[in-house]
Design a protein around this ligand. Structure first.
Ligand code: AMP
Length: 194
């Protein structure tokens, strides 16, 4: 069970209105389920749509933003709390510390970097948090193919692939995440999980 979810998603809105529309639905559903949101603190793009919908439905939303990004044009100023940090590394660690579940919506480099780091840490047994990918509009299909390729070519194991939950329906995905139990990863020796 988790109560605070970190959401990684685009600072751009994407080329199709469905991205922000679904992000707003996600914000509303998380607020209704009394789940707090931690995110990058911006009012723009998919990030802004998510945060605004959660706030409009009385949700708690915590933004973690590096000072250099905190301009009037970018920072959301009506959040439950806007936490300022110095660096991008500090920000990622803070978002990780504050949350007990991880959710990725469509986005660009920033979203991928945040998601991949959390996946890497899960693989190393550094955290037991559920990681969910909301596959809006088939956006993550190429990534799912890439993951399958990594598996087939021996670069990841089934146990690692199964750590990542993917669905196109946020309510189904949240249920999967609530039921997730991290596998026990004992140690990591020359590429072998034993
Ligand atoms: P991207 O997917 O490249 O648009 O980056 C979005 C992700 O990186 C978000 O989850 C944020 O944590 C972070 N990020 C990127 N750009 C910004 C921004 N202008 N303001 C706040 N956070 C941002």
């Amino acid at each position: 069970m988790f109560s605070t979810i970190v959401v990684f998603c685009g600072s751009n809105a994407g080329n199709h209105p469905i991205y922000c529309k679904v992000a707003a639905e996600v914000g509303k559903i998380l607020a209704e389920q009394k789940m707090s949101i931690v995110y990058g603190g911006a009012k723009i793009g998919v990030m802004g749509a998510l945060a605004q919908a959660a706030l409009d439905n009385n949700g708690e939303v915590y933004g973690v933003i590096p000072l250099f990004l905190k301009t009037k044009e970018v920072a959301h100023e009506q959040l439950t709390k806007l936490i300022e940090v110095e660096t991008m590394h500090e920000r990622k660690l803070k978002m990780h510390e504050l949350s007990d579940g991880i959710l990725a919506l469509p986005g660009g480099w920033g979203t991928m970097e945040e998601l991949f780091e959390m996946m890497t840490w899960a693989q190393l047994g550094l955290h037991p948090k559920p990681i969910g990918i909301l596959n809006i509009n088939g956006f993550y299909d190429p990534f799912l193919m890439m993951m399958e390729e990594m598996l087939q070519e021996g670069f990841i194991k089934h146990i690692h692939k199964e750590m990542i939950m993917v669905n196109e329906d946020i309510e189904v995905l949240l249920e999967m995440m609530k039921n997730y139990r991290a596998p026990e990863i004992k140690k990591w020796i020359t590429g072998q999980t034993v």
